[in-house]
Design a binder for this molecule. Structure first.
Ligand SMILES: NC(=O)C1=CN([C@@H]2O[C@H](COP(=O)(O)OP(=O)(O)OC[C@H]3O[C@@H](n4cnc5c(N)ncnc54)[C@H](OP(=O)(O)O)[C@@H]3O)[C@@H](O)[C@H]2O)C=CC1
Ligand SMILES: O=C(O)C1=N[C@H](C(=O)O)C[C@H](O)C1
Length: 272
């Protein structure tokens, strides 16, 4: 399988990431566009996915189920919504496929469900597929270890486009988890996601989150380490969805010959 270019199916192919993924697969000589899946009953069934992506005709027509695409792909790339992703994971496990999952906003129960599949198929799950964000996670580990117990307050600030449905972003939560793990804290107890009214002074160990939603912001994350007299800010700014899409295609090429397991982008990039 690894010797030939994997055939990729993109679910949610008419979405913001779906359309960008079509372009990313087309640009990658090591991957082949196998199928594009839209919502069941969508008026886009039969549309050419190249045309949906603004690339002109590519000869691949959108279908509205994984069953209809089953013969046409090796790896499914899924940037949709939690319930859709979990249903697709069940299909892929049953039919010997691999997956790359970029969907965010999974609740604890859904995250636990994801774990149930780690022995059933190989899949990469990452809230952010960009190389830059994954490097930033390594920098945060170092910064948190150096500063977190030295009186520096830690705050995570994220900004995204007006259409985003989950908050804080999956990336912001991942950043919080990396920082908490590095400091032996638990994000469940130390994460502060809302401050309103007479909320009192800041606890030294809390990890605060602030969310902005506006216009067409692709995705921006800053982690602030602030103490009296100085502040360090580690920032990542995405200016194009192509950075996520290229990472996802890279993950699809990587996961195609891996044994069953749940992998992270850090594994794909060799950062672990
Ligand atoms: N990991 C990463 O690097 C990144 C992750 N994301 C995450 O990816 C997800 C999608 O983001 P985005 O592309 O902006 O969102 P969009 O809403 O633009 O795209 C989601 C697409 O999924 C489609 N969809 C919904 N249900 C189904 C179904 N049952 N079968 C097939 N398709 C379906 C939607 O169709 P319809 O519109 O008809 O409902 C829509 O086209 C979010 O969770 C986001 O946070 C985003 C960017 C980067
Ligand atoms: O919804 C988005 O757009 C993005 N979502 C991801 C997240 O929730 O972290 C990644 C990226 O920042 C864009």
């Amino acid at each position: 399988m690894s010797a030939t270019a994997p055939r990729i199916a993109i679910v949610g192919v008419a979405g913001r990431m779906g359309r960008t993924l079509v372009a990313a697969v087309e640009q990658d000589a090591g991957a082949v566009l196998g199928a594009g899946i839209v919502e069941p009953g969508s008026s886009l069934v039969g549309a050419d996915i190249g045309e949906l992506a603004g690339l002109g005709r590519l000869g691949v027509s959108a279908v509205d189920s994984l069953e209809a695409a089953e013969e046409d792909f090796d790896v499914l790339i899924d940037f949709t919504a939690p319930r859709v992703t979990l249903a697709n994971l069940a299909f892929c496990a049953e039919h010997g496929k691999r997956m790359v999952i970029g969907t965010t906003g999974l609740n604890d129960e859904e995250l636990a469900k994801l774990d149930e599949y780690q022995e059933k198929l190989p899949f990469v799950f990452a809230p952010n597929m960009s190389v830059g964000v994954n490097l930033t996670l390594k920098l945060l580990e170092t910064a948190a270890k150096a500063l977190g117990d030295e009186g520096y307050d830690i705050e995570v600030i994220e900004a995204h486009h007006r259409h985003k449905v989950d908050a804080p972003s999956g990336t912001a939560l991942k950043m919080g988890e990396v920082i908490a793990d590095s400091l032996g804290r638990d994000l469940k107890t130390h994460g502060v996601f809302e401050r309103v009214g007479q909320c009192g002074p800041r606890d030294a160990k809390e990890i605060g989150f602030a969310t902005l939603r506006a216009g067409d912001i692709v995705g921006e994350h800053t982690v602030m380490f602030a103490t009296e007299g100085e502040r360090i800010e580690i920032t990542h700014k995405a200016s194009s969805r192509m950075t996520f899409a290229r990472g996802a295609v890279r993950a699809a090429r990587w996961v195609v010959d891996k044994p069953a397991g749940r992998y992270a982008m850090q594994d794909v990039l060799g950062f672990n």
